[in-house]
Every structure is written in C-alpha cells, then in structure tokens.
Design a protein around this ligand. Structure first.
Ligand code: A3P
Length: 294
C-alpha cells in the first residue's frame, strides 16, 4: 500500500519508507533546496535511537571550550540546538546560510532519500542505531504522549504488529539501519556508524571515536566535561527540559528524556514478541556483519 494508518496517523510511502505528510513534503522540498557545505555535520537516525543524545554530544564536541554560562544546552532543548532538516529547515523556515561553520543538522531520512547535495559534498554523517527492541518500547511510550488520560495508552500488540511490518514514521527501522551500516562500510570517511548501547557501555572510547571522526582531539578534562554535559541525568534535570516545549514539536521537552537505559524491552516483551523480532532482525542482518542485540 502507499497509504496506511499508524498510531491513528496517516502515513504515506515514498522511496520505500513511511512518512507523516509534513515530513514527506519537507523531504521532497529538501531534495533541491538544501545546499550543503563541505564542513556541515549531519546527525542521522531512525526514530528513538538516540537522536537527542547526539544532538547534545556533537555540539559539545564542536564548541570547545564552552564556559558554563554559555552552554546552549542549559537554555535550549537539544532539538532546538540542532535542527532536524525535515522540520522546517528544508522548507526555508530558518536562514541557515548565515550560520557559522561547521553547521550541525539532523535528519531522520533514510540514506537513499537524503538530498544529493549532502551525499555529493564532503560533509560528514554521524549515524546512531539502537537495539530494535528498545527502539520499539521507546517509540510506544513516545506515541502515548499524544493520548489523553481517558484514551489510555495505545495497544502495544497493534503497535508491535506495525513495527514488525516496518510500518512507522521513517520506517522500516531495520532497512534504515542497514542502509546506513552498509554505506558506512564503503564510505568510512563520510559516515560514522555508532550504537546507543556501545555509547552507554564505553562512553569515553565512543566519544573519542566520534570526536576523532569530526577532526577533534580531546584532552581528558574535555572528554569528562563533554560526557557530563551531555549526560541523561544532567539534561533531564535542567529546567528547560523539565518544563519547556521545544519549537517544532508540540510535545513537552521532558518526553525526550524517559529512561535513558538499555534493555528496557525486557520489562515489556513476552517470549513470543522477543522470538518474533529477534528472528526478523536475524534474517535482515544475516551476512551484513551488523549486530544490534548488545
Ligand atoms: P528511552 O525512551 O528508552 O528512555 P531519540 O532522541 O532518538 O528520540 O531517542 C530517545 C531515547 O534516547 C529515549 O530512550 C531517551 O530517554 C534517550 N536519551 C535522550 N537523551 C539521552 C542522553 N543524553 N543519554 C542517553 N539516552 C538519552
């Protein structure tokens, strides 16, 4: 089908992926609108994979040294610090030509639908992937923000069925992840592929890898500072994220900081759900060298 209902939202298919109409309009506009600079940094992710984390980490790495009073994360939700291309930028709602280099943007677009200007320039792409079981749980919670108390949460069974069929905004998730993974293997200078779980497990090593990909070397103090500044615990408890509403989203900033852990799926999945999604992931990833269940 070219059109389908997901969490009571109409999604449309374009180039093999599912879009909410405003995102699709923007994605189409962006194909010709966006002029990339060679030193642009593009964060890329599927939904709920750790976008907010990278939107915090990358600016911290790029804008060193930051004195405490000028830390943009204190006054702004990470989604305001780094704009998503499909949310306004592609439609010319921000004057991005005046932004100083290096500009940092984000996209949820699958690689094949990223504008040629990005693919053909020397700009760098940092991708983040996450265990699909945790992505699903995080997404289900996120979508429930749009439900009233009387309505109660969405049916997890129906949401799971959709997820397994690849039907969700910017889905199928596994196609998204695998395409960036495969591209990162052939274009290692252009695309860095990170995993949420590895960032959690070995934050220092992973942030050094990210910084080096972006051409920055960090002292121990800088590394510690970046890790603290972009940490879930710190960001969740900042006033702006406890009470604000970020521009471009009609949702509270707090909804981007739910639990921030790995393995929360164990609190929700039945053995049947686990078996089904594991098998889908196994079949999809077979032969790719990618493991997502870590
Ligand atoms: P949970 O719902 O499992 O808590 P995205 O930013 O792509 O929408 O992903 C959201 C997920 O990243 C949420 O996962 C959220 O809690 C988590 N997250 C947000 N900021 C984070 C941070 N600084 N460190 C670690 N996880 C973070």
């Amino acid at each position: 089908p070219k059109q389908i209902t997901w969490f009571e939202i109409e999604l449309y298919q374009w180039q093999g992926s599912w879009y909410w109409p405003p995102h699709l309009e923007a994605a189409l506009a962006g194909q010709t609108f966006f002029e990339a600079r060679d030193d642009d940094i593009i964060i890329a992710s599927s939904l709920k994979a750790g976008t907010t984390w990278l939107k915090s980490l990358v600016p911290c790495i790029i804008n060193l040294p930051v004195d405490e009073d000028n830390d943009p994360l204190i006054k702004n939700n990470p989604h305001e610090v780094v704009s998503t291309l499909e949310i306004g930028v592609f439609q010319g709602k921000q004057n991005i030509s005046i932004l100083p280099s290096p500009r940092i943007f984000h996209t949820h677009l699958p690689y094949n639908s990223v504008p040629d200007a990005i693919k053909n320039s020397n700009c760098k792409i940092v991708y983040i992937a996450r265990n699909p079981k945790d992505v699903f749980v995080s997404l289900w919670h996120f979508m429930n923000i749009f439900r009233t108390q009387e309505q109660g949460p969405f049916s997890m069974d129906k949401a799971f069925e959709s997820f397994c069929n690849g039907v969700h905004s910017f889905g199928p998730n596994l196609d998204h992840v695998l395409e960036y993974w495969n591209k990162s293997l052939v274009l290692p200078q252009k695309i860095l592929f990170l995993k949420y779980e590895e960032l959690k497990l070995n934050p220092k090593e992973q942030v050094l890898k990210l910084a080096s990909f972006l051409g920055k070397s960090l002292s121990n103090n800088e590394l510690d500072n970046i890790l603290w500044r972009s940490s879930f615990e710190r960001l969740k408890n900042l006033d702006v994220n406890k009470s604000g509403n970020s521009s471009g989203f009609s949702i509270p900033n707090s909804s981007f900081f739910r639990l921030g852990t790995t393995g929360d799926w164990k609190n929700y999945f039945t053995p049947e759900m686990q078996e089904r999604l594991d098998e889908i992931v196994r079949l999809k990833c077979e032969g790719s060298g990618l493991t997502l269940d870590i």
